[in-house]
Design a protein around this ligand. Structure first.
Ligand SMILES: [Cu+2]
Length: 298
């Protein structure tokens, strides 16, 4: 039932999908790159250098910086009139109602009515080799006949992604990775969580987005984004995001959103990048816009 752009103009709901951004919008432009930039973190009191090309290494970060910003809708108009019935994934009334009325489900593009903040933009550093500890492994839940959260980050080096089912009905979670291991399995009501990759010896190899669907409920749509370190964030309902404890240095900052515009130009969503330099204890602001032309840095 994915007609054109699924979109909801919704008022902010405290706590919902929040990325925990406490950034406050304060901008601090780094004056000069610290010595030993390029992500090795070996200058300015950052993390010690990691072996180039090796796996991510956890190391103490002192005087780390912050990269924060807001993603907002910048199109001439919001592409689709909001449905007053629309709700976020996980906010449906109950599973049966949700499964019986899939048209209520809005997932691909969430724009806040007041601020025009865009939820679910993934922002991450590319190629950072050492720093803070990996975050706790994520869980992708089948909840009220949608995936919750709608976009889930999975660190490549962490234990597998748990896939659970909180619904009183069965699901069949189907992942569509291009490079990582396939996954296609039913998960019954009350069943213990499954894990991707199924073979725990199998590591996720490729960073990037993986489409998720359910073979039993065609409207169910979600994304897993594989990142090989903990420096990532998913924009909350207000479009805000924040990467914290970043070792001082220069990095490639990447941003991704699934929105493909009316013409479906980007099968794997829209992705952009730019260089940023984080000074010791500093804050870099990296605001974004999203429109039918895709993502752009502001
Ligand atoms: Cu399902």
């Amino acid at each position: 039932m994915k007609t054109l752009p699924s979109l909801v103009l919704s008022s902010l709901v405290a706590g919902a999908l929040a990325a925990g951004c406490g950034c406050g919008g304060k901008t601090s432009t780094p004056t000069a790159p610290p010595a030993g930039g390029g992500g090795s973190g070996d200058g300015g009191g950052g993390a010690p250098p990691a072996k180039a090309g090796g796996p991510y290494m956890v190391a103490p970060v002192s005087n780390g910086g912050t990269i924060s910003g807001t993603a907002t809708w910048s199109g001439a108009s919001v592409p689709v009139a909001a449905s007053t019935k629309s709700t976020l994934p996980g906010e449906m009334r109950d599973a049966k109602e949700a499964c019986d009325h899939p048209s209520n489900v809005v997932q691909e593009l969430l724009v806040d009515a007041g601020s025009k903040g865009v939820a679910n933009v993934v922002v991450f550093l590319k190629g950072i080799s050492s720093g803070k500890a990996l975050l706790a492994p994520a869980t992708l839940d089948n909840k009220n006949c949608v995936f919750h959260p709608h976009v889930v980050i999975q660190p490549a080096g962490a234990a597998g992604l748990k896939i659970s089912n909180s619904d009183p009905v069965g699901h069949n979670t189907h992942l569509f990775p291009k490079k990582n291991e396939d996954f296609n399995s039913k998960i019954d009501q009350g069943q213990a969580p499954l894990v991707w990759p199924k073979d725990q010896g199998e590591k996720l190899r490729a960073e990037g987005p993986v489409k998720v669907g359910c073979d039993l409920h065609s409207w169910m749509s979600g994304w897993i984004f594989v990142v090989d370190h903990p420096y990532y964030a998913v924009a909350g309902r207000d479009g805000k995001f924040s990467l914290t404890d970043v070792p001082p240095g220069s990095y490639e900052l990447h941003a991704w959103h699934e929105w493909t515009g009316k013409d479906k130009q980007w099968p794997d969503g829209s992705r952009i990048q730019k260089s940023v330099t984080v000074a010791a204890g500093g804050t870099v602001t990296a605001d974004l816009t999203l429109s039918d032309s895709g993502l752009a840095w502001k």
